[in-house]
Design a protein around this ligand. Structure first.
Ligand SMILES: Cc1cc2nc3c(=O)[nH]c(=O)nc-3n(C[C@H](O)[C@H](O)[C@H](O)COP(=O)(O)OP(=O)(O)OC[C@H]3O[C@@H](n4cnc5c(N)ncnc54)[C@H](O)[C@@H]3O)c2cc1C
Length: 411
């Protein structure tokens, strides 16, 4: 039986970030994962500017260190392809210079990116990293929680549990009462291909909204070494209502869609097509309670429009570390006190999650989406406005106003 003040369950980006911020504060913790790193995680592998910012907050040198890794590609923007086939290209920075500027985003297989974070963890004496330990039981006790692994050999007592064990967290369901609601949950598939033709020279990621696959989306994200991450995502509600077989649909699009048929003609599927859930942050939830906090996917914080979840996992990990410090200082682990964590996370994220929910709903009106994309593909100023919307939340607010669309349609 081990005794720790703070135990973090799950060493993905959320858990590893929480541990690293605790270490920066000089606070020890135990970080447990069932996997031994490097390990794979089904994902689109796109790291946004928000991830880069969070790396900087852990240690100022980390973004440069990530940029030096040969396992990543810098990415300069997104191509949105509307149901009518209009391509709207949105650079992450307007008027960027790929040769001079520091990239705003990267694409890196999760097996590499998560291990990059774990390498940082391993350098910190404050963090006890336990790999290959599958926690099967988490039980409440008088002081906090007891965690027991599958073999029964490992038992850990903790006063504060930070549950960062991902989309399938049993703790989030059973202890925190977070239900998997199909209207706030997405199903995703990921495949790795080699030699997909026609990838962007500046590694723009591609999000295709195909008319026969709405409200789902199909993506192609370039990776180093001639690889691409290819996948699909669709709201679970739609998957079950329309009885969609995602794998069949994805392969069918690749084989029959006029553009993809050509681009994948010389491509090779590497390994299996794998699926995983995306718990969306389109609804506010209670993400803490007596002696615990939920972080990342366990707290359902994925952006409902873009499917981005790594940065939000890291942001919540950072706030969990800040709350943990307060808990230890004040020796208060009560649900009431822990509410400070919920407030901090939603103060930072709720505005953008709500707006993304709006944009997700735009997919119910493909004609409107087509109009926006068509106009923007011919109008540089509008394309730039949309580009700025990615970084400027006040500008993004305009998407909520019907007048934005009216002006667009009738100008
Ligand atoms: C198909 C798909 C595409 C996506 N694309 C993107 C994208 O391009 N960009 C982006 O930002 N986000 C994307 N996401 C979302 C992103 O993958 C998640 O939001 C992110 O991984 C959340 O990080 P996390 O640390 O909360 O959880 P995870 O990364 O899932 O880490 C959880 C950790 O907990 C461990 N664990 C689980 N159970 C136990 C247990 N019982 N005992 C011990 N350890 C345990 C796991 O081994 C794992 O290491 C995508 C998701 C999917 C499914």
């Amino acid at each position: 039986m081990q005794q720790h003040d703070i135990c973090i369950l799950g060493a993905g980006p959320g858990g590893a970030t929480a541990a690293l911020h605790l270490a920066n504060k000089g606070l020890p913790c135990v970080l447990i994962d069932k996997a031994v790193f490097p390990r794979d995680k089904v994902c689109g592998d796109a790291l946004s500017g928000k991830v880069v910012n969070e790396l900087k907050r852990i240690a100022p040198e980390l973004p440069t260190l990530l940029g030096e890794q040969k396992e990543q590609l810098p990415s300069w923007g997104i191509h949105f392809i509307s149901p009518a086939g209009h391509k709207l290209s949105v650079p992450f920075k307007p008027n960027y210079d790929a040769a001079q500027d520091v990239p705003s985003g990267y694409i890196s297989k999760r097996i590499d990116f998560d291990n990059f974070l774990i390498e940082q963890v391993k350098q910190r004496p404050e963090i006890t990293l336990l790999e290959g330990i599958d926690i099967a039981k988490v039980e409440r006790n008088a002081q906090g929680y007891t965690l027991t692994d599958k073999s029964g050999k490992h038992q850990i007592n903790t006063r504060l549990l930070i549950a960062a064990n991902g989309a399938h967290s049993a703790f989030a369901r059973q202890e925190a009462g977070i239900k998997q609601e199909p209207q706030h949950y997405c199903a995703g598939l990921r495949a790795y291909y080699k030699n997909v033709a026609g990838l962007d020279k500046d590694n723009f990621i591609e999000l295709h909204f195909l008319k026969d696959f709405l409200p789902g989306y199909f993506w192609i994200f370039p990776l180093p070494g001639g690889y691409a991450n290819v996948g699909v995502g669709m709201l679970s509600e739609t998957v079950s209502q329309k009885k969609v077989n995602l794998k069949k649909e994805m392969l069918c699009m690749i084989e029959t869609h006029p553009e993809f048929k050509q681009r994948f003609a010389g491509a090779e599927l590497m390994g299996d097509i794998k699926g995983y859930g995306l718990p969306l942050g389109s609804k506010k939830r209670m993400i803490s309670g007596d002696n615990y906090m939920l972080v990342g996917d366990a707290a359902s914080l994925i952006d409902p429009f873009t499917g981005e979840g790594i940065s939000n996992a890291m942001i919540s990990g950072r706030w969990a570390a800040a709350q943990a410090e307060l808990c230890l200082q004040q020796q208060n682990f009560s649900a009431d006190f822990m509410q400070g964590y919920d407030k901090a996370v939603y103060n930072r994220l709720w505005k953008e999650l709500k707006l993304s929910r709006r944009m997700q709903q735009l997919l119910d009106y493909p004609w409107l989406f087509n109009q926006v994309a068509s106009k923007a593909s011919k109008n540089q100023a509008l394309a730039e406005t949309i580009s700025c919307m990615f970084t400027d939340l006040d500008l993004r607010e305009r998407l909520k106003q019907p007048s934005f669309y009216l002006k667009l349609l009738f100008n």
